[in-house]
Design a protein around this ligand. Structure first.
Ligand code: FE
Length: 291
């Protein structure tokens, strides 16, 4: 889906507050992951709770997958660059997220699902983002959508930039998913060497980028491959200007902070400890399966 563009410019860019490398973790039944957005950053990057990057051509790093497990209180967004992952959940949904496809799942009051590789060799590369839900929506009905790559809206600019708009909107192109409340922007930006890309951002929104090919430069600061840059919320900045030092591909993610308490225990993210205990109890009592 290539769309008509209304070019947007930025007068004053945000800068880079911090560059971070993430943390290697094992999750699921033994999947090797780079946790780019870790728990200590949840407050700073509100409404985002987690960003995992996975990428390996060694089956042993991913083959165990993520067998049945629960979620409550937030949304998961899986973006599969390369590979095949089968999803099944307790709400009766099933889908295959594959080569460039996105899966958006709102866990709401509770989902039990599995995410299992449907390949025994070759490269599997992608991302999973956790987006918080406002308190008023944490116990909403689960929701789910598979968006194959050809249905992700995209556009190209004269600079050579090509952009896929997973959520929010960019240069007049509306993304695959829109959300009130958190107003997430989720872009996959591909830049040839030397190209510049500008994206307006509301001043109060928290924003970060993750470079997965090449090296990006923001206000003179380099962000190398496999690094995340938290963008500052400088007063007077109206967006971000990103330059590619070499051929570069990155995610740009931004959203409106909820400014609500965050209580997390593993796959349950609520506002209070009592709500988290309730989630554990509901899961143990089998009340998620009927969600
Ligand atoms: Fe999951």
């Amino acid at each position: 889906m290539t769309q008509q563009v209304a070019t947007q410019t930025v007068t004053r860019t945000r800068g880079v507050e911090r560059v971070l490398g993430g943390q290697f973790v094992m999750d699921g039944a033994g999947v090797k992951i780079n946790r780019v957005l870790t728990q200590p950053l949840q407050r700073r990057l509100d409404p985002f709770l987690m960003l995992d990057a996975f990428g390996s051509d060694k089956a042993g790093d991913y083959i165990a997958g993520f067998p049945e497990h629960p979620h409550r209180g937030f949304e998961t967004v899986t973006y599969m660059l390369t590979g095949r992952m089968r999803h099944r959940d307790s709400a009766g949904n099933e889908g295959l997220v594959t080569n460039g496809g996105v899966q958006w799942m709102t866990a709401g009051r509770g989902v039990i699902h599995s995410e299992m590789p449907e390949q025994e060799e070759g490269l599997m590369e992608g991302f999973q983002l956790w987006l918080n839900l406002p308190a008023k929506d944490k116990m909403s009905a689960p929701w789910y959508r598979d968006i194959p790559n050809e249905e992700v809206p995209r556009f190209a600019l004269p600079s050579g930039a090509t952009v896929q708009v997973i959520a929010g909107s960019s240069h007049g192109v509306a993304g695959a998913v829109q959300r009130d409340g958190t107003e997430p922007l989720y872009l996959d930006i591909d830049l040839p060497e030397g190209a510049t890309f500008e994206q307006p951002l509301p001043a109060g929104h928290n924003a970060f980028l993750y470079v997965f090919r090449g090296e990006a430069v923001v206000e003179g600061k380099g962000v190398p491959q496999a690094r995340m840059a938290i963008l500052d919320n400088a007063q007077g900045a109206d967006g971000v200007r990103i330059k590619a030092a070499t051929a570069t591909r990155l995610l740009l993610i931004a959203g409106r902070p909820l400014n609500e308490p965050i209580a997390q225990y593993g796959p349950f993210v609520m506002n209070t400890q009592a709500e988290v205990f309730q989630a554990v109890e509901d899961f143990r009592a089998g009340r998620f399966a009927a969600a």
